[in-house]
Design a protein around this ligand. Structure first.
Ligand SMILES: C[S@@+](CC[C@H](N)C(=O)[O-])C[C@H]1O[C@@H](n2cnc3c(N)ncnc32)[C@H](O)[C@@H]1O
Length: 228
C-alpha cells in the first residue's frame, strides 16, 4: 500500500529531511518568511495540535507564539530529529501517532497545523482526515494546512487509478519510493471543505512556492458521529 510506502520513505528520510528541504539554508528560510510569519500569527496563544510535524522545522515557529504544541508524527525517527532542536519543551510535546486516528490523541486543542501533509493524503481519505481534524477543535478554532506549489520538476509523475498524483523519490542510499503529491486547485480545495461549516481561506504565495489553506469552523463537530 502506498500509505505504508510513504511512511517508510519519510521514516528513512528523517535524518536528511531538513537539509533536503533547504531548511538549514538561510536564503531558503528567509524566502519562507511570509509563511513563517503567518504560522506565528495564526498559532499565537493557542493550544496547537501539529499533524505530521516531521523533524520539527515548523514546530519551532508555531511554538514561539503558541500556548502549547503537541507535535505528532507517525515516524519515531522524525520525532528523534525534532527532539534535537532547541524547542521550548515546557510547552511542546512530541508524540508518535497516526494522523488517520486523531481521535486517539489526548488533549484539547484550538488550532491545528499541518505543513506538507495534506498533499500526501490519498484522495479517498481526505474527507475522513479533515473530518477527524475538525472534530478535534471547537468553533472559532483555526486549522492551517500549508503545502507546496508545483516547481519545475513537480509534474514528473503519473496519476493512479484513484486520481492521486504519484511521484518517485530517491533517498541518498538510492532506495526508491512512490509518494502521493497533490497540487490542488482552489476549486478542489473548496470542494474538499464544502461539507464542513466554516470559513475557508486559500492564499497562494508563488514567491515562497507555498499555499496556505486556513479553515475556521463556525460550528462544533466535536462529538458528532459521521455517517457510515
Ligand atoms: C513531507 S513530510 C512533512 C514534515 C513536516 N511537517 C515539515 O514540513 O517539515 C510528511 C510527514 O508525514 C509523516 N507521516 C506520514 N504518514 C503519517 C501518518 N499516517 N500520521 C502522521 N504522520 C505521518 C512523515 O513521517 C513525515 O514526517
Amino acid at each position: 500500500m502506498i500509505i505504508e510506502e510513504m511512511q517508510r520513505y519519510y521514516g528513512q528520510r528523517a535524518p536528511v529531511y531538513d537539509s533536503s528541504m533547504g531548511y538549514d539554508d538561510e536564503v531558503t528560510v528567509r524566502r519562507l518568511g511570509p509563511i513563517i510569519d503567518r504560522v506565528r500569527e495564526a498559532m499565537s496563544g493557542r493550544h496547537v495540535l501539529e499533524i505530521a510535524c516531521g523533524p520539527g522545522f515548523w514546530t519551532q515557529f508555531a511554538s514561539e507564539t503558541a500556548a502549547s504544541v503537541v507535535a505528532m508524527d507517525y515516524n519515531q525517527s522524525t520525532l528523534d530529529e525534532a527532539r534535537k532542536k532547541s524547542l521550548p519543551f515546557d510547552r511542546v510535546s512530541l508524540l508518535q501517532a497516526d494522523a488517520y486516528r486523531l481521535d486517539l490523541i489526548p488533549g484539547v486543542f484550538d488550532a491545528i497545523l499541518a505543513v506538507d501533509w495534506l498533499a500526501h493524503v490519498p484522495l479517498s481519505k481526505i474527507e475522513a482526515f479533515l473530518s477527524g481534524a475538525i472534530r478535534r477543535v471547537s468553533a472559532g478554532s483555526v486549522l492551517m494546512f500549508i503545502d507546496q506549489l508545483p516547481g519545475e520538476h513537480s509534474r514528473n509523475g503519473f496519476f493512479d487509478q484513484e486520481g492521486n498524483f504519484i511521484q518517485e523519490r530517491t533517498l541518498p542510499d538510492v532506495s526508491v519510493f512512490r509518494v502521493i503529491k497533490h497540487f490542488f486547485s482552489d476549486e478542489q480545495i473548496e470542494a474538499q471543505f464544502s461539507g464542513f461549516g466554516g470559513e475557508l481561506r486559500i492564499q497562494r504565495f508563488p514567491e515562497c512556492r507555498r499555499l496556505i489553506v486556513s479553515f475556521m469552523p463556525t460550528q462544533s463537530e466535536q462529538g458528532v458521529t459521521p455517517n457510515a
